[in-house]
Ligand binder design. Structure first.
Ligand code: FES
Length: 575
């Protein structure tokens, strides 16, 4: 073994620069020895384990056990596993919203994978933004990588109800707001909603992104849905460690797995799942890192031919653990086989077509419907365009009320989240069930940084009359666990000068899902005049990450990535 390499494998990879490579290697081995490693261990190839465990992330509380299992797999295959923490994004613990920090986490993952000596990497995440951040960072880092996820929470019980975060959180909250249940009962429900480690139990953003990661081939078959608390989850972790060892020296970098075909497969699966609208943003960002576009008009084409097959909350009856036991993503993909790129490669070496062939025959048809008898004939999401959203908007039609799909109505406009919270429950608010609600200045360039606020509450006085849904329009996002006739991601957003910022209460808007359109019925001259006197409220910041965010954030159709992060992956230091 020589002492002068600047490249090579394992601990010798990407040396710290002291101007003397031999000294650098000697010093690194010496310091690594202080951790108690034997010489034999330090000569092994290294599998990094980039994990997002944190006391501020309930979904990841079982990660220590999972990390041990990954290490077993690596050690059994002759490698040295080395875990390292990255930023963690616990969905409900971050202000103003976790999306603001997804790109920061992706930069952390990218730079630490590139800067530290490892030959392949296991990405261990789960909560909503963590998996997209890890995939984005791994594409840019260019090192062979495999994704392992937390797995879903198991469901709890309240009286006769099965409970899963967080669709049932919203259902009970809505009942509380409508006066149907009292404070004591909502307090009881609060304690029971999230009862195990793991990610939200429904087809929210975390479950959707786990499913799409499997569909793109970045994890083994059945990897998305194993419950967090199952022993199978630990076996999957062990297996992941083994596979990560097999990736060392291969050409299976993330950009070679997450190709245009793989991303299109993911979009098709997303549509069939009735998955989270957030996934559209994340897939656009992932595609952007690989130098690929995610065209919303193409999403509409795929949506027109893709049936909704999976009956999970928030749109259906079941939970993520049920999808797993019903046959999982391979069973869903088998139903979609005529719509998929079957020759797309996966991290385990087989193609998507091979995985479909190997899928178990038995499928629980209550949860995964056959393509011949779908839940809906067309996909769960649709992109809308028009003078209100020149660059597009998203509607989750599978979670919406079809009676509201073709509608022209008066709008009630809230200029910000603060305005919304101050006025929405005002008994004197001039609003009827026939109106549309509009929220401005909650998009990516606003100070709110695109929170999941698109699920505007039904005004209390209407909720108490039994109104459950209204058309709601915003430049914000919506939690994957929410439902309703909700137009999201309107682009350009209000704070960057988009037309949604010119709307005024009393204007009329026409929504047509059939025509994929969203139009404000105000003359061009009047809109131009309003623009003259209008100053968009784009957020600014003096320093730090907030400044970087304010200056670099892209619009929704570009995945809200930073402009300077988009593009072709670079090679790692050791290559
Ligand atoms: Fe982590 Fe829902 S809060 S996945």
């Amino acid at each position: 073994m020589t002492n002068d390499t600047t490249k090579g494998q394992g601990i010798a990879r990407g040396l710290t620069n002291y101007g003397d490579p031999a000294f650098s290697r000697y010093l690194r081995r010496s310091f690594a020895s202080s951790m108690g490693y034997s010489r034999e261990m330090l000569d092994r190839p290294i599998v990094g384990i980039a994990h997002a465990a944190s006391g501020f992330n309930n979904c990841h509380r079982h990660f220590p056990e999972m990390i041990e299992a990954v290490k077993r797999g690596v050690l059994a295959s002759g490698g040295l596993p080395v875990e390292f923490p990255t930023i963690s994004l616990g969905e409900v613990f971050l202000t103003p919203t976790s999306l603001k920090f997804r790109n920061l986490m992706s930069m952390d993952v990218e730079e630490m994978v590139r800067a530290q000596p490892m030959d392949s990497v296991v990405l261990l995440g789960g909560c909503d933004k963590t998996v997209p951040a890890q995939l984005m960072g791994a594409i840019s880092a260019g090192l062979p990588a495999i994704q392992l996820v937390a797995g879903p929470m198991s469901t709890g019980r309240h009286k006769e109800h099965r409970l899963g975060a967080c669709t049932d959180c919203r259902r009970f909250w809505q009942q509380f707001r409508a006066g149907e249940i009292d404070q004591q009962e909502i307090d009881t429900v609060e304690r029971k909603l999230a009862s195990t480690a793991g990610t939200c139990a429904v087809m929210g953003t975390a479950s959707t992104m786990a499913s799409l990661t499997e569909a793109m081939g970045m994890m083994p078959a059945m990897g998305a849905g194993i419950p967090a608390v199952s022993a199978d989850r630990l076996r999957m972790a062990e297996d992941t460690g083994r596979i990560a060892m097999g990736l060392i020296g291969s050409d299976l970098t993330p950009a070679r797995i997450m190709t245009e075909q793989a991303i299109e497969n993911a979009v098709t699966v997303l549509l069939a799942l009735g998955g989270s609208t957030n996934a559209v943003l994340h897939l656009a960002a992932i595609a952007g890192r690989a130098g690929l576009p995610l065209d919303l008009r193409r999403l509409n084409e795929l949506s027109d031919r893709t049936p909704v097959l999976v009956d999970l909350k928030p749109t259906g009856d079941y939970y993520m653990e049920d999808l797993h036991y019903a046959g999982g993503i391979p069973a869903v993909m088998r139903e979609l086989r005529d719509l998929l790129h079957l020759d797309a490669r996966t991290i385990t070496g087989e193609t998507i077509g091979d995985r479909i062939e190997a899928a178990e025959d038995w499928v629980d048809r209550r949860v995964i419907r056959p393509a011949s008898d779908p839940i809906r004939e067309t996909g769960g999401l649709v992109a809308l365009y028009g003078n209100l959203a020149p660059n597009g908007a998203i509607l989750k039609r599978s979670a919406a009320d079809p009676k509201l799909f073709e509608k022209e109505a008066r709008v009630i406009v809230f200029s910000s989240l603060e305005d919304l919270s101050q006025r929405i429950d005002d008994p004197d608010l001039d609003v009827t069930a026939d109106d549309m609600l509009v929220l401005q200045n909650a998009g990516p360039t606003s100070g709110a940084a695109m929170p999941e606020a698109g699920y505007l509450p039904i005004p209390k006085k209407l909720a108490r009359q039994g109104i459950k849904d209204m058309v709601r329009i915003s430049d914000a996002r919506m939690s994957g666990t929410a439902y309703g006739t909700i137009v999201l991601h309107v682009s350009p957003d209000a704070a960057s000068g988009g037309p949604i910022g010119l709307l005024r209460s009393g204007d009329r808007v026409r929504l047509s899902v059939k025509d994929r359109s969203i139009e404000v019925l105000v003359g061009a001259e009047e809109l131009a005049a309003r623009r003259e006197g209008h100053t968009p409220q784009r957020a600014t910041a003096e320093r730090g990450y907030a400044k970087l965010y304010a200056e670099e954030i892209l619009q929704a159709e570009r995945g809200c990535d930073f402009g300077f992060l988009v593009g072709t992956p670079v090679q790692t230091a050791g290559d």
